[in-house]
Design a protein around this ligand. Structure first.
Ligand code: RIB
Ligand code: CA
Length: 309
């Protein structure tokens, strides 16, 4: 049995986060879940993570993180997409487990030392916890093998404002700290996500599997699927599972561009990912933008979260 990749997921579950977490538990050694506020408030995102790991019988530790962005008050949540509780408002019976007492930022630093040189961090939420960890220990990147971030909109086609994608737009200061400090970020942005949606029929087939993971995802995703279809979308956008697929199987990536990326902090473009497409800044690339992914491979990997592949 090949040694499983040690993965630390920073996440704000969140329906698409849930599928990404299921994928990771099927294929990797998930050493921890750091929980952020984002899709919904920290109490809900933490409870959702605990319910998810309990449902799949995992012993993965869950570390609650920051309840607020680093500087500005939190913008609107994504409850309109994920439900008020972030998990489709199913009214599930809360899990019996409690979050670990260690704050997410400290858990990130500890786990990076314990898995030095091997740890893959997959950031599926606003980058508040990761930014805090960097402020506590600027040497963090030297101990992390890969950082995969779901965030941004590389040509400014935002999903939470004209130019900003949700994770970056929720805490731009945190994103600015992370992009300024990390030598190479593997970036799965919103625009890539919109090119790699998955059909509702396919999702329905996955949800019909006789498996507790399928039953859970079917229940928590029902509202999000209905909301997406009501907006006339023909596919479900699965940003976090796409980022997780890149983390788990980098060979699925068929094209990338290595460029410098900055975060806009002020004005109408606040939260935008500013990509130096023409290398005008003279600054070295800090980001490997994922430009294309093998769609069939992505769908097969996502399906495997339910034990169907
Ligand atoms: O823009 C998509 C991102 O925002 C995803 O991580 C989704 O879960 C939301 O947090
Ligand atoms: Ca997320």
């Amino acid at each position: 049995m090949p040694h499983k990749l040690p993965i630390l997921i920073d996440t704000d579950p969140g329906v698409d986060d849930a599928l990404a977490i299921l994928m990771a538990h099927r294929h990797a050694d998930v050493v921890g879940l750091g929980i952020a506020a984002g899709n919904v408030g920290l109490a809900h995102t933490t409870a959702n993570a605990l319910k998810l790991v309990e449902t799949i019988g995992a012993t993965t530790p869950v570390f609650a993180g920051c309840a607020q962005p680093l500087v500005a008050p939190p913008p609107e949540s994504a409850a309109f997409v994920h439900g008020r509780d972030g998990f489709g408002d199913t009214g599930y019976l809360p899990g019996a487990r409690r979050a670990d007492g260690e704050p997410a930022a400290l858990a990130i630093l500890r786990l990076a030392r314990e898995h030095a040189g091997k740890l893959v961090i997959v950031a599926l939420a606003p980058l508040t916890n990761l930014a805090l960890a960097l402020r506590l220990d600027p040497d963090l990147p030297s101990r992390v093998a890969r950082l995969v971030v779901m965030g941004g909109a590389v040509t400014g086609r935002g999903n939470t404002s004209v130019a900003a994608e949700f994770n970056i737009g929720f805490d731009p200061e945190a994103a600015s700290i992370v992009f300024a400090a990390w030598p190479q970020i593997e970036l799965v942005d919103w625009e890539l996500t919109t090119r790699h949606g998955i059909g509702f029929d396919t999702i329905a087939r996955w949800c019909a599997a006789d498996d507790p993971r399928a039953r859970l995802f079917d229940a928590i995703s029902r509202k999000t699927r209905a909301w997406s279809q009501a907006r006339g979308r023909r596919q479900l956008m699965l940003a976090d599972p796409l980022a997780m697929a890149v983390a788990l199987q980098p060979e699925l990536v068929t094209r990338t561009q290595e460029l410098h990326v900055d975060i806009a902090l002020h004005g109408a473009a606040r939260g935008a990912t500013l990509v130096d497409w023409e290398n005008r800044s003279g600054r070295a690339p800090n980001t490997r933008i994922v430009v294309d992914v093998d769609q069939a491979g992505f769908e097969a990997l996502a399906a495997s979260a339910f034990g169907t592949e």
